[in-house]
Unconditional design. Structure first.
Length: 411
């Protein structure tokens, strides 16, 4: 059963029927909760001031393709500003919109460009929700969805995606709805596990939610990592669905600050109305470069795919060995660029992650950053040699940590 509260606590519904205690997502003293942004800040500070040989397995995209980006810029600007250098005042860069429409098979008028996926989320909350509304957010999940909702005076309820498959249940989501729920937020591929939810399941969910007047937001920043993913939900057929993505994740190009929302006309009118009144942050120059990148998207797709095709066997072998040693539970999904293995015998992964960084020079994200202690998010979008060394350090560290007795058993 769902437990609805009005005091800012998380309401967690397990999609497999179990009942979980509620926790306050804003309570930094709670050992089950850790701000992802604050954790990254602290880890980057340690890495920049400490051992330069530390390997970061916390990245959630492929590395920035600096050389490729440099080639694009040199070619495009060789004879001055290219034709893609167009005004973005009160509109998308037309070339970006055209390329995205062709890439995702949607009408150009169903796309609204933003300064990134985070801005897209903020815009959706501001334009489509009101203080006192409720949203339903997944857990484990990226904490920004709930934190930003709270900043807008919107209450976040939670439903649990249970490992190791981290799939969704349409019935479970519907059971977790509150009468005041206005929006359901999903990541696909799932952050942190990288698990893919099929278009068939999402279409079923979208249709049922539409009957209830509930919007469905799909954060799809990792979707392009999976070649077998379907085309995505058609905004013309599902007018309660909003799809978000960005160049930050699909190509590792956070420097361009280029994101977008795909939605039906009625929702986009409301979003554009807000954007034209309040959001003037899109850069004409960066979205010009984004247009040039998207004109060569096949090269960037191939680069990402080649890197991930080389990385996944390395990750699969290393994680398989860890499972064989009894360090992690088997069945870890490798579909995107991150995975979320559950540790055996270790609950306090916050302390573990700090210890691994200090003692073994490898940085992984503790499950507490996703309100799920006992797990680690591992980013594996790295060149094979560096990835292999990072995972070897992780395995040695986990074995030593267990042997030394520095663990907390899960009851």
């Amino acid at each position: 059963m769902a437990r609805n509260t009005d005091d800012g606590r998380k309401n967690i519904i397990d999609l497999k029927g179990k009942d979980y205690l509620t926790v306050d997502a804003s309570d930094s003293s709670n050992e089950n909760v850790l701000s992802f942004a604050h954790w990254v800040r602290d880890m980057l500070t340690l890495m920049r001031s400490g051992n330069p040989g530390t390997i970061a397995l916390f990245e959630s995209s492929v590395p920035e393709p600096v050389d490729m980006l440099g080639d694009v810029i040199r070619t495009a600007f060789r004879d001055g500003f290219p034709s893609s250098y167009k005004s973005v005042f009160m509109r998308n860069n037309p070339d970006v919109g055209e390329h995205l429409a062709a890439r995702y098979g949607v009408p150009e008028e169903s796309i609204l460009c933003t300064t990134g996926a985070t801005t897209a989320i903020d815009m959706i909350y501001t334009a489509l929700l009101s203080p006192g509304d409720r949203i339903l957010v997944e857990t484990p999940g990226f904490d920004i969805f709930a934190n930003m909702a709270r900043d807008h005076g919107v209450h976040a309820d939670f439903y649990r995606r249970e490992g190791p498959d981290f799939d969704i249940s349409v019935d479970g989501i519907l059971e977790a709805l509150h009468p005041d729920t206005r929006m359901v937020v999903l990541t696909n591929l799932h952050n942190p596990s990288g698990v893919y939810v099929s278009d068939v399941a999402l279409i079923t969910l979208a249709r049922v939610l539409a009957q209830k007047g509930v919007l469905l937001v799909l954060d799809e920043v990792y979707r392009d990592y999976l070649d077998s993913a379907g085309p995505g939900l058609d905004p013309a057929e599902h007018d309660n669905v909003l799809r978000i993505s960005s160049l930050t994740k699909i190509f590792g190009l956070s420097t361009l600050r280029c994101g977008w929302i795909i939605a039906g006309q009625a929702l986009l009118r409301r979003l554009r109305d807000y954007s034209e009144r309040a959001d003037f942050n899109v850069s004409r120059l960066s979205h010009c470069v984004a247009a040039e990148v998207l004109a060569r998207a096949d090269l960037f797709d191939q680069w990402r795919n080649d890197m991930m095709n080389a990385a996944r066997p390395v990750a699969a072998a290393a994680l398989g060995e860890m499972a064989g040693q009894g360090l992690i539970h088997p069945g870890v999904t490798l579909q995107g660029c991150t995975c979320f293995p559950q540790l055996i015998g270790v609950e306090d992964t916050r302390s573990l992650s700090q210890w691994l960084s200090a003692k073994h020079g490898v940085v992984v994200v503790p499950g507490e950053c996703f309100s799920t202690p006992g797990y680690l998010r591992v980013g594996y979008g790295l060149p094979p040699e560096r990835l292999g060394e990072g995972l070897a350090r992780l395995a040695r560290g986990l074995a030593e940590y267990r042997a030394s007795g520095q663990k907390r058993h899960i009851a």
